[in-house]
Design a protein. Structure first.
Length: 369
């Protein structure tokens, strides 16, 4: 994302309190690709434009002195409502770099930092004074200085604001949480090496995957009670499954998790390690039963259910287009009411060409006779 250090620009006053994210960008535009040139037109769309698409002359951003505004000076609770990151995207697409208000919607406030937009909280009387100056002198400029944590008003008065040190570093360097974390790669590698030595029992056995295909075989038993004899048995690997972008997009749609690291292919090319989006961790977890079903078959059973999971850890991200497979080790089996057997298994999801697994966890299922 674009770093933020110091911005001097025209400010636009928005006097209405409780401007929610649906007003910032109407819900019907949420599925639009934010890389399209017209994305900026979605900002305040239903109050900027009439039903015929013509500009509403009374809306402040349609007035000539404010068209080039890069700083929003808003009233209380700006950005409240639903937690749509697209509200920040629309502001950024228009060219806004900062939003000043007495209060902001909590999630909107956090999303600003993730997208290069500086949210500034100042006392209500100070913000009201800033808006009054912008009304009195349309086209007047403000200066927002992140390094000194000050806002300079059109009349020259300076107002200090507070900002979390970690979030300040993100904006000053133009890096989000992932980017900042990757800045500690050397230390992370040192820790992993030390961890593997000091706590070897907790580290899954490494497998150097050289992309050679291993034959997948299915273990068949007749009845659920036969599973009691399989404790300690290792199964797999399963066949490979390709986790493509279409699968990731469907999971995002089903869960409502549209974070850019999963669905924004173009941004991932610029900002993600390897230049690709990554699958949701819970998408990888959800594929475990599908892969495991090819490893063990109970031929005479009435039904099977997922009972839960324990100690699930997402070790490595699965990039779009990667192939994954699972290995299973049965760690426990016990009879349960209803003529069933509850089986616990350690599952390891491998990524083709990677030494570290995508996921390690204990998965529990019940099969009934």
């Amino acid at each position: 994302m674009e770093p933020f250090t110091r911005v001097t620009a025209v400010g636009v006053p928005i006097d209405l309190p409780n401007v929610d994210t649906d007003r910032v960008i109407p819900a019907r535009f949420l599925r639009k690709d934010r890389s399209v040139p017209e994305y900026s037109s979605f900002l305040f769309h239903d109050v900027r434009f009439g039903g015929d698409g013509a500009e509403r002359p009374d809306f402040v951003l349609n007035q000539p002195p404010y068209r080039g505004a890069r700083i929003v000076v808003a009233a209380e609770n700006f950005g409240c409502g639903s937690s749509r990151e697209a509200a920040v995207w629309a502001l950024a697409a228009y060219g806004m770099r900062s939003v000043i208000a007495p209060s902001l919607g909590d999630i909107f406030h956090q999303n600003c930092f993730k997208n290069g937009l500086l949210p500034v909280i100042l006392p209500a009387d100070v913000v009201a004074q800033l808006r009054r100056q912008l009304h009195d002198e349309p086209g007047a400029t403000l200066t927002v200085d992140l390094e000194s944590q000050t806002v300079t008003a059109p009349d020259g008065a300076r107002h200090r604001f507070e900002v979390d040190a970690f979030r300040k570093e993100m904006l000053l360097t133009g890096r989000d949480e992932i980017g900042l974390t990757l800045g500690f790669e050397d230390k992370i590698r040192e820790f992993e090496a030390r961890h593997a030595t000091e706590m070897a029992w907790a580290v899954p056995p490494a497998r150097a995957l050289d992309c050679q295909e291993e034959e997948m075989t299915t273990l068949k038993v007749e009845y659920p009670k036969d599973l009691l004899k399989l404790v300690g048995r290792e199964l797999g690997p399963s066949d490979w499954i390709t986790v493509d972008q279409a699968m990731i997009d469907k999971f995002a749609e089903a869960t409502g998790d549209h974070q850019w690291i999963h669905v924004d292919v173009e941004r991932a090319k610029r900002e993600m390690p390897g230049g690709k989006t990554i699958a949701h961790g819970y998408l990888t977890l959800s594929l475990v039963p599908r892969m495991a079903a090819t490893l063990l078959e109970v031929t005479k059973r009435s039904r099977g259910i997922n009972y839960g999971s324990n100690k699930v850890r997402f070790i490595s991200p699965v990039q779009a287009g990667a192939r994954i497979r699972v290995r299973q080790r049965i760690t426990g089996a016990e009879e349960v009411a209803g003529n069933g057997v509850r089986v616990s298994s350690e599952m390891t999801v491998e990524i083709e060409g990677h030494e570290k697994p995508a996921l390690v966890g204990e998965i529990i299922g019940v099969r009934y006779a």
